[in-house]
Write a protein of this length. Structure first.
Length: 317
């Protein structure tokens, strides 16, 4: 059973009725196919209308849904011959940052992404997708390797933010993020980034300073979480809904501001309801972006990428 969000309760009630009717059919031989079909039609219509008018606060809930596909789900379905590469050659390995060589629809590439985990065990293993300095230095190492071997880079962004612990600060968290952003902006190979869930602060942009930045329809991308913003401005996380609206963190807002280049539509009901279909849609969008970048040489890529981010500052003035 998919975990239900607060605003989905009317949908859950209809789905519960459908399950009851199906149970009656299987246990008592009662034919309720017509009634089930009618109720399923109502569910589909309600999902479409509900998800067509989500508020920013509701989009935050959808982006964080625990059953939404994460980086390893995308790697498993979209990439073949994935060979993970570990360590930053300075301190150690960071399981929050997935990284390695792979083939994307036949083309060799480097893939990077934050992994949040799906259950208690995997969330702890991957530190809830919060990357430490060694994770960003690993990403930097792989991007430089991609440049050396003329491989495109695909990044999957899904993190609440970089790990805020004191040990990470002692190991140079801010410097590691800054160097990772710098590396994104200087490597002479195509980079395509997709925000697949939550894009939080510098921890996200560290691997998203790309030639093409895409977002899933119900993903979010922001300098700070709504809860963090509300705590600073109102001294209470209770105003997080108001903060979410003020932050303009939705894909639609960011496309309007030209912070991102495109939106990948999600199946109605969100990515957590139709995971494989969502992943395939993202794969198509990545393929299209890489095809657009294929004919550009390294110098042209570098110049266009840098100008792209300079233009964002101009457009937001």
């Amino acid at each position: 059973m998919v975990q239900t969000l607060e605003f989905e309760k009317p949908i859950l009630e209809l789905e519960s009725k459908i399950e009851e009717l199906r149970h009656m059919t299987s246990s008592g031989g009662v034919d309720v196919a017509d009634e089930v079909s009618k109720l399923q039609g109502k569910v589909d219509r309600l999902l479409k209308t509900t998800y067509a008018k989500l508020t920013p606060a509701q989009k935050v809930q959808v982006a964080r849904h625990p059953e939404r596909p994460h980086t390893l789900d995308y790697v498993e379905r979209l990439f073949t011959e994935f060979t993970p590469l570990a360590g930053d050659r300075r301190f150690g390995e960071d399981a929050a940052m997935i990284s390695g060589l792979a083939r994307f629809r036949g083309r060799a590439c480097v893939v990077l992404g934050q992994e949040r985990g799906h259950d208690t065990e995997t969330r702890l293993r991957h530190n809830f997708g919060m990357v430490k300095p060694e994770g960003y230095r690993k990403a930097e190492r792989l991007m430089l390797m991609a440049e050396r071997f003329h491989l495109p880079v695909v990044t999957l962004v899904d993190t609440a933010g970089a790990f805020p612990g004191i040990q990470a600060e002692e190991r140079g968290q801010s410097e590691a993020i800054a160097k990772c952003i710098e590396t994104c902006l200087k490597v002479k190979v195509p980079i395509v980034a997709v925000v697949i869930g939550e894009g939080g602060s510098g921890g996200a942009i560290a691997i998203a300073a790309a030639d093409r930045v895409l977002m899933l329809e119900h993903a979010i991308y922001s300098v700070i979480s709504p809860e963090g913003c509300a705590s600073i401005l109102w001294r209470s996380a209770a105003q997080s809904g108001e903060a979410a609206a003020a932050l303009r963190l939705t894909a639609q807002d960011l496309k309007e501001f030209k912070v991102i280049d495109g939106i990948v539509g999600e199946p109605y009901g969100g990515a957590h309801r139709r995971r494989e279909e969502t992943i395939d849609l993202v794969g198509d969008a990545i393929e299209s972006a890489l095809h657009e970048l294929r004919g550009l040489d390294g110098a042209a890529l570098l110049a266009r990428r840098r100008q792209k981010f300079l233009d964002i500052g101009q457009s937001l003035q």
